[in-house]
Design a protein around this ligand. Structure first.
Ligand code: F0G
Length: 403
C-alpha cells in the first residue's frame, strides 16, 4: 500500500493519479508506503538474486515488471586509490555495469513498469544522455514508443547511439538540459505521454535500491555515500531508501549523504556551502562531465534535505580533477567510468585533502555510468595507437621506442 505525498505541503494523492507536481503548492511528490504494515526479512531478501527486484516489497509495481535484469552491480574495494589518498575503506559501486551502462536502468525498470501499470501508452524524457538511452531500451522492451529531448551538441556519443538504436524518437533542442526538461514536461501534460524524468516519483523508487544493494554487499551501512549530482534525483532517492530501512529497523546507521558537482555546474554545492534555503540556478552550466551539466536541478529541495539531515556535505571538482580521476580509476583500478562518475571519487579525494573526511570512514562512491558512454572524451585524453608496418622488426622497434 502506498500513496503519493507532496514533499512541500504534505498533500496526499492516490497512487494511480498521473501527477508530477502538487496541485496545491507545486512541489514534487514522493511515494509513501504504509511502512507499519510492511515487515522486511533480510534473510528472505538474501535468498533472492541481488537486483532491483530483490527489494520488491518497497517498490510500487504490482504487475510483472518490464526488466532487462538491472541492478546487482559490483561493489569494488578501491585499494590503490584508497591507499594513495589515505582511505583504507574506500569502495565504488559500479552502476555502469547495468544493462544500458548506467544507474538509470534501476529507475526505468520501475518507471516503465509503472507506465504500463497506469495504462500509459507512450513515454518521454529530457536527458543529458543516460536517461534517454535507458528509457529507449526499456520502452523497446515494453513495446511502447518513446520520445527523448537532448541538448544539441552536448550529449556523449555512446548515449545518443543507444537512444537511436533502441528506436526512440530523438530530438535535439537548441538549448540546454534545463530547457529540454521544461519542454518535455509541457508536452507530457498537454499530450498525455508519461514523463520519466526524475520528477517522476516512481522512477526514483527504483534508484533507491543502489543503497539497499550496498548494505547487502558491505554487510553494514557505510559511514558515507558519495554521489555525483546533476538533477539531484539519485542522491535523494538513495537517502529516501535509507530512511525507509531505518523506519523498518533494518539500518544500522544513516550514511552521511555527500553530493559532488562539477565546478561549472554546482548550484547544490553553493547552496550547501553558503547555507541557502534553496538553490540558485546556474544559468550557463558547463563541464566536460556532460551527464551532470545541469543548472537548475529539479530535485534540489529533496537533495538539500538529504545532505543536511545526515550531516553530509557537498563539494565541487574541476574538469581537470574529474578527468584525472577517470584516468586513475581506469589505470590503477581497472574500472572504466564516464567523467560524471569519476566526479564522486574526485570529490572524496578533495574532501580528504581538506580534512572534511575522516580517514577511518567506510565510504561508498557511486560511479554512475560506463566508460564507453563517452568515447570521445576518452580518446581526447589518450595517445593515439602507433601505426606500424606488419612485421616483427617494426613491432619490436616500436615497443622499444615506447619503453
Ligand atoms: N551520473 C551520470 C552518469 C548521470 O547520467 C547523471 C544524470 C548523474 C550522475 C546525476 O544524477 O541527475 O540524479 O543527480 N543524468 C541525467 C540524464 C540527468 O539525463 O541522463 P542526478
Amino acid at each position: 500500500m502506498y500513496r503519493l505525498v507532496c514533499v512541500g505541503c504534505g498533500t496526499r494523492y492516490p497512487p494511480d493519479e498521473v501527477i508530477y507536481n502538487c496541485t496545491v503548492c507545486g512541489h514534487l511528490l514522493a511515494v509513501e508506503y504504509d511502512l507499519d504494515s510492511i515487515t522486511i526479512e533480510r534473510q528472505a531478501w538474501e535468498r533472492r538474486p541481488l537486483s532491483v527486484w530483490r527489494y520488491r516489497e518497497l517498490l510500487p509495481v504490482s504487475i510483472p515488471p518490464v526488466t532487462l535484469q538491472e541492478g546487482g552491480t559490483p561493489l569494488y574495494h578501491l585499494t590503490r586509490i584508497g591507499e594513495e589518498i589515505g582511505l583504507p575503506n574506500l569502495y565504488a559501486k559500479h552502476e555502469g555495469m547495468n544493462p544500458t551502462g548506467s544507474f538509470k536502468d534501476r529507475g526505468m525498470t520501475v518507471g516503465v513498469s509503472m507506465a504500463l501499470q497506469l495504462k500509459k501508452t507512450s513515454v518521454a524524457c529530457a536527458s543529458t544522455g543516460n536517461t534517454s538511452a535507458s528509457l529507449a531500451a526499456y520502452a523497446a522492451r515494453a513495446g511502447i514508443p518513446a520520445v527523448v529531448l537532448l541538448p544539441a551538441g552536448k550529449v556523449a556519443l555512446g548515449k545518443v547511439a543507444q537512444a537511436l538504436m533502441h528506436g526512440a524518437r530523438v530530438l535535439s533542442i537548441r538549448g540546454n538540459f534545463d530547457r529540454a526538461l521544461e519542454m518535455v514536461h509541457e508536452l507530457c501534460l498537454s499530450h498525455g505521454l508519461y514523463l520519466l524524468n526524475s520528477v517522476n516519483p516512481f522512477r526514483l523508487e527504483g534508484q533507491k535500491t543502489i543503497g539497499f544493494e550496498v548494505l547487502d554487499q558491505l554487510g553494514k551501512s557505510p559511514d558515507r555515500m558519495v554521489l555525483p549530482v546533476g538533477n539531484a534525483g539519485n542522491i535523494s532517492a538513495v537517502y529516501k531508501g535509507f530512511v525507509e530501512l531505518a523506519h523498518l529497523g533494518v539500518l544500522d546507521g544513516m550514511p552521511m549523504m555527500t553530493g559532488i558537482q562539477a565546478a561549472g555546474s554546482a548550484p547544490v554545492v553553493r547552496a550547501i556551502q553558503q547555507g541557502l534555503a534553496e538553490v540558485e540556478p546556474e544559468p550557463r552550466p558547463e563541464t566536460v562531465a556532460t551527464a551532470i551539466r545541469i543548472g537548475a536541478p529539479v530535485n534540489a529541495e529533496k537533495a538539500l534535505a538529504a545532505i543536511r539531515k545526515t550531516g553530509g556535505c557537498a563539494e565541487a571538482v574541476t574538469d581537470d580533477e574529474i578527468l584525472a580521476m577517470q584516468r586513475d580509476l581506469a589505470q590503477k583500478e581497472g574500472i572504466g567510468v564516464e567523467p560524471a562518475s569519476a566526479a564522486s571519487v574526485a570529490g572524496v579525494k578533495k574532501l580528504v585533502e581538506t580534512g572534511v573526511i575522516d580517514r577511518n570512514e567506510t565510504i561508498v562512491c557511486v560511479v554512475t555510468g560506463h566508460l564507453l558512454k563517452d568515447p570521445e572524451t576518452v580518446i581526447r585524453q589518450c595517445k593515439a595507437p602507433l601505426e606500424i608496418d606488419a612485421d616483427l622488426p617494426s613491432l619490436l622497434s616500436a615497443l622499444q621506442s615506447c619503453s
